[in-house]
Design a protein around this ligand. Structure first.
Ligand SMILES: [Fe+2]
Ligand SMILES: [Fe+2]
Length: 314
């Protein structure tokens, strides 16, 4: 905790903030913080919240067509968890002085981003498994270090989210295990899906360190703990033995173990595709935003009813 008394001059407040960061302690909502720190966190937490909410759509696509009651129950639970993650994160963002309504407006008007991974379509049921394994797996690599983020409300939200993400990763992997032990058609479905999702999953860690201008400041503030390339490497090293256990290949001819580095060498993602998808021309950008906008409009009566109820009881 840091002091925020009004009689403390700004340079002192800044020193107190810096000392809190240097001691690896948490900044709390009522503490003084630099404007850039606040802005960076609002942008990051909002993007993260939007990603959880938009992230319900690719898999939500399969809820009505899940092949068994068991698979349907698992998928429903997973998609509902993502809605919950969005809520925790919007609440964390609100502690920084923005409100959820404002953030939702920015999402549906495309002025704030969400993770570009959710702009890829899910034409195959194997995609449910591969998203759990690779996309939630990459999310875990990104998010576990955020449990130690310097901003208290964000760090605490991440602790709970990470527990649920590990369930998501396991349910995906378990589905894939069932499919690779199934018919040759099911095995082929898994491989085809892995071929589509591998590179977009690597792009989830963001651009290469040399092209990531905000990384250094975020690391100095203890918001970020590892660089994009470090996290990407960790994800590749984690995924290779899992792919072997599944009996699938990863679509990268340059992927091999490097005994000197004690890590895998791997190829370069297609960054022009990454830039294009972020800029809005991914295969499902328009569809995802239109769906979110429609859901927001269809939910207007619920917000009005809740507002009327709150006024009546205040
Ligand atoms: Fe999530
Ligand atoms: Fe998840």
């Amino acid at each position: 905790m840091t002091a925020t008394h009004h009689d403390v001059r700004e340079p002192d407040l800044e020193a107190v903030f810096q000392a809190t960061i240097d001691a690896d302690q948490r900044i709390e909502p009522r503490d003084w913080m630099p404007d850039d720190y606040r802005r960076t966190l609002i942008r990051q937490i909002a993007q993260h919240a939007h990603s959880e909410i938009i992230g319900m759509q690719p898999e939500g696509n399969w809820i009505t067509r899940a092949p068994s009651l068991r698979r349907k129950a698992i998928l429903l639970a997973k998609v509902q968890d993502e809605a919950g993650h969005g809520m925790y994160l919007y609440a964390a963002a609100e502690t920084l002085g923005v409100d959820r309504e404002e953030l939702t407006e920015k999402l549906i008007s495309a002025t704030q981003k969400y993770s570009s991974i959710f702009n890829y379509p899910t034409p195959s049921y194997a995609d449910v498994g591969v998203i759990g394994w690779l996309v939630d797996g990459a999310a875990i690599c990104n998010q576990v270090p955020l449990c130690r983020c310097s901003y208290g409300p964000y760090a605490r939200a991440m602790v709970r989210i990470c527990k649920e993400e590990s369930f998501h990763q396991r349910q995906g992997y378990e589905l894939l295990l069932a499919m690779v032990n199934g018919t040759p058609e099911q095995q082929a479905m898994v491989q085809e899906s892995v071929d589509r999702w591998w590179w977009p999953s690597l792009m989830m860690f963001g651009p290469a360190d040399g092209d990531s201008p905000n990384t250094q400041q975020s690391m100095a503030w203890n918001i970020k703990r590892h660089t994009n390339d470090e996290l990407r490497q960790r994800f590749v090293d984690m995924s290779v033995p899992q792919a072997e256990a599944l009996g699938v290949t990863l679509p990268d001819p340059d992927l091999r173990w490097n005994p000197e580095r004690q890590a895998h060498d791997f190829g370069e993602p297609d960054w022009s595709e990454f830039t294009a998808v972020i800029a809005g021309s991914g295969p499902a950008n328009t569809q995802r935003l239109a769906h979110r906008r429609r859901a927001h409009e269809n939910g207007a009566w619920v917000r009005e009813a809740a507002q009327a109820y709150a006024e009546k009881h205040s």
